[in-house]
Design a protein around this ligand. Structure first.
Ligand code: SIN
Ligand code: CO
Length: 377
């Protein structure tokens, strides 16, 4: 993608301009971001997803005296009638289940994959919504069907209402109001207060992002590091030939504290190891994702390949990461694998340039269902 070229998706801004002016900073309303857009899944298809137990879904009902929240899966019978106003179903991770929604998400790859979370689709009857709230992450809200009225504000008071099952702002004050029609899109940075009300039957697609938190990252990386600790720091035994006799037997020797600190510092010393663990963590598939093995499929190299929509693949200067695994690659193989992670496909000519060990790896990935010969996915 040429990030200097204006995009209709961003209201005529280039990705460079959008990231500089709006990303993480201020909202952007884009009329006809996708002209003529119509839902990629109809209501019945969306409800079929909400009925599956490997799909995360929620039902929010607005009642005269408050809100109710239920977690899916939802059989058809467990949902309110479509004629009843004031309810909404929100289906998470639709891009993992539907090829067209996955392709829609690809249009937002001017943001690093490491930041992309998922596409959520909401279906609402008239007056449905999740109430005034804020999200911790950036979001693009694309109107897919019907109309939604968005009220948004920069408010500092993020106090939440007590005693409600949803995160609803206690004192919502909006500054702007927009009615979105199919194809219109609203970008909101993190912590921006918003409230979307369905005006009649409505579907909204949320392209949501994720941002790791320091505590979460430290916990995950240290847990992985712990598994490799013995290999990294060895098994040197604490020696104390200089230990004098003590009168306070309960006191921990200072030399033992220094020994412990040095052991941990040694484990943390290799920046490449931490980068490697980070890549593995970022490409780890979500818990509800599984791949169908394709081991019986005949492969004849070279042929064009495309990553499965569920595959998370990234790279850094020294490694490529795919679905929680890391590989050290160099030279031509590394170049081609980085290209695969950027473009999510490679043509037959590119594939013909891989070394035999790299081709064997590609065969394994095809067998595991992580990647497919193009046209066979
Ligand atoms: C919705 O689609 O109803 C809610 C999306 C959001 O506010 O983040
Ligand atoms: Co929101």
């Amino acid at each position: 993608m040429d990030t200097s070229q204006p995009l209709a998706l961003l209201g005529g801004l280039s990705p460079d301009q959008f990231m500089k002016r709006h990303w993480h900073k201020k909202p952007l309303l884009i009329r006809q971001a996708i002209p003529g857009f119509s839902p990629l899944l109809d209501r019945a298809e969306l409800m079929a997803l909400a009925a599956k137990d490997d799909v995360e879904s929620r039902l929010v009902v607005r009642k005269p005296h408050g809100w109710t929240l239920k977690q899916g899966p939802f059989s058809k019978k467990s949902l309110p009638p479509f004629k009843q106003p004031g309810w909404t179903v929100l289906v998470q991770g639709v891009d993992l289940h539907d090829e067209a929604v996955h392709h829609l998400a690809q249009q937002f790859r001017f943001v690093p994959d490491a930041r992309m979370d998922d596409v959520m689709i909401s279906y609402a009857t008239d007056g449905g919504g999740v109430g005034p709230h804020f999200d911790s992450y950036d979001v693009f809200l694309l109107q897919a069907h019907g109309q939604r009225r968005w009220r948004i504000g920069r408010q500092k008071d993020l106090t939440l209402q007590d005693g409600v099952p949803l995160k609803i702002l206690a004192h919502f004050e909006y500054e702007e109001e927009f009615i979105l029609n199919p194809g219109d899109m609203l970008y909101l940075p993190p912590l921006y207060a918003h409230d979307g009300d369905a005006l009649g039957e409505c579907m909204t697609y949320s392209m949501g992002f994720r941002a790791p938190r320091t505590g979460e990252l430290a916990r995950e990386l240290l847990a992985c590091l712990a598994e490799e600790a013995v290999q990294v720091v060895g098994e040197l035994v604490y020696l104390d030939p200089q230990q004098p006799a003590v009168t306070q037997a309960g006191a921990i020797p200072e030399a033992l504290q220094v020994f412990a600190r040095a052991a941990v510092a040694k484990a943390l010393k290799d920046p490449q190891l931490l980068d490697c663990l980070l890549g593995e963590y970022l490409t780890e598939p979500k818990p509800q994702v599984w791949f169908e093995s394709q081991a019986e499929r005949e492969l004849s190299w070279p042929q064009a390949v495309v990553l499965d929509r569920r595959t998370r693949m990234m790279h850094d200067a020294h490694h490529v990461f795919i679905n929680g695994e890391s590989f050290k690659a160099g030279g031509r193989d590394a170049q081609l694998l980085r290209r695969l992670s950027n473009d999510r496909r490679l043509d037959a000519r590119a594939v013909s340039q891989f070394s035999s060990p790299a081709l064997a790896l590609l065969s394994d990935w095809c067998d595991d269902g992580w990647m497919h010969p193009e046209g066979a996915s």
